[in-house]
Design a protein around this ligand. Sequence first.
Ligand code: NAD
Ligand code: ZN
Ligand code: ZN
Length: 353
Amino acid sequence: MAKFDVPKEQWAQVVEKSGGPVVYKKIPVQQPGPDEVLINVKYSGVCHTDLHAMMGDWPLDTKLPLVGGHEGAGVVVAKGELVKDIELGDYAGIKWLNGSCLACSFCMQADEPLCPHALLSGYTVDGSFQQYAIAKAAHVARIPKEMDLEAVAPVLCAGITVYKGLKESGLRPGQYVAIVGAGGGLGSMAVQYAKAMGLHAIGIDGGEEKGKSVKELGATAYVDFMSSKDLVQDVKNATPDGLGPHAVLLLAVSEKPFQQATEYVRSRGSVVCIGLPAGAYLKAPVFDTVIRMISIKGSYVGNRQDTQEALDFFGRGLVKVPFKTVGLSELQNVYDLMKEGKIVGRYVVDTSR
Ligand code: NAD
Ligand code: ZN
Ligand code: ZN
């Protein structure tokens, strides 16, 4: 078994007060508990959720001070005595779901994201914006050795979440799905999972650069919400019979599209809410929802099985998020770009700089 010299101190990005900014500083390295592993995080994707956490956007308190991050790909360097199925030196991933009780009625049915005792990486426990992060061994993503840790990092939240959302939509191969926020981190992955699952993806986002990227990733059509004069009609027109897509994946970080989706979704279609804009509400006309038999639902990350399936798509070369890598020290700049909606695809931070 490999042996690792784990330092006492490490670099981390710490949220010291709600609203930010993040502070790049040295903090102690923690020891894993009996059922935990310590992962030397090499790369971590930056999810919009990390920004929501820093800003205190949601009706759920974060721990403070907080180390954010939940798309951390790295190497297991220490483990507790109860951990039998992971060896030191294995590749593993820190996901949003850091741990769960494994005994409640949700965990029993592999709905562990719904566990009332769930631990959330970069929210209720420290996450992957540090060089050494802890997670429950049962929940870390098992990353095969041949995978590139830098490229796979965004799969650990964005990939899993959109793959699960597509499964929850009930879509079948050959059908159309509208992906709202298609140029962002989740959206870029959603377009590719959709294509790999035999679906036609209609990407919706703002601006030419995102449009170009969304089309390159395999979307059948792109609707620009910033320049479209009639978004609802444009989305419907992107389906061959003009009746609209069979499902909508809402990944945007603004409320408006959550109000529009039921207008263009096809009758019998489903609207799957995944994005979490601060303080937003859903609104849909009852009459239309009833007589057109529209389903509206939420979808929240994925379970351990979804994780391994989402990674398998990556392993087969079917999904590849466009990413840019910067040093962990530059995380605040990434948040600044994210606030302005200027990020195409995903930013990944390299924890060694
Ligand atoms: P991102 O910032 O990378 O992407 C959001 C995209 O939405 C951007 O490209 C932006 O231009 C686009 N957008 C904004 N307004 C729009 C509009 N009116 N119409 C169409 N597109 C619009 O963010 P991300 O990391 O992809 O995360 C997206 C959201 O999903 C966040 O709220 C995040 O917290 C949430 N999230 C949810 C889950 C879950 O399990 N449900 C998991 C991960 C992330
Ligand atoms: Zn995330
Ligand atoms: Zn549980």
